[in-house]
Design a protein around this ligand. Sequence first.
Ligand SMILES: *Cc1c(COP(=O)(O)O)cnc(C)c1O
Length: 225
Amino acid sequence: MEQSLAERYAAIKAGIPGGVTLVAVSKTRSASEVQALYDLGHRDFGENYPQELREKQPALPADIRWHFIGHLQRSNVKYLAPYVHLIHGVEDERLLDEIEKRANAAGRVIDVLLQVHIAQEETKHGLSPDELRNAVRSWPWGSWPHVRVRGLMGMATLTDDREQVRTEFRALHAHWSEVRNLGAFPIAEFTELSMGMSSDADLAVQEGSTMVRIGTAIFGDRAAR
Ligand SMILES: *Cc1c(COP(=O)(O)O)cnc(C)c1O
């Protein structure tokens, strides 16, 4: 028998240790599906598409913490800046310039994660480990006072090979520890490691994830987009 949303949500929550944030990935889901999970007490939701988020956000409760987990173009930052809770996928300086400008205009400090490319697929976004080190050492972090770097985000290769996925998550955790210790960001702020989706969240948590992004395991299969 098919499980209800409440049953799936309870099962997912039971599998995630306290201290790990569950981001419910609601891309392609209707506002009423989001509202249903909100009514079960959930507040952290992840979206990939700015246009979709622009439609949903005003229709839903204002205390939802919206995580932007997709690839963000500079032209869309202005729409999200007034309310976005965390931008997971930052990978270039010009995007940081734009977030700084729009956060300042909105009178906010916006939290971001730097995205690291750990997968074997070239289609995934993110800085290579070398680019990450270089960015942390040499990008002008002081020129973005309205941006706060809270940690790293990454996506493992889409594969059934669980050992490979584990190896990639372990590598990302090592990069995270390294960056934490470089001193570019206050250690008390650089606390988040966003990794793990429906198929691999268990491995991600074992390898030190502090934030898992789960869509289908909560809401069911997504229609093709
Ligand atoms: C869609 C998406 C997810 C959620 O994927 P599921 O397999 O549905 O859990 C997580 N992270 C990112 C970046 C995504 O685009």
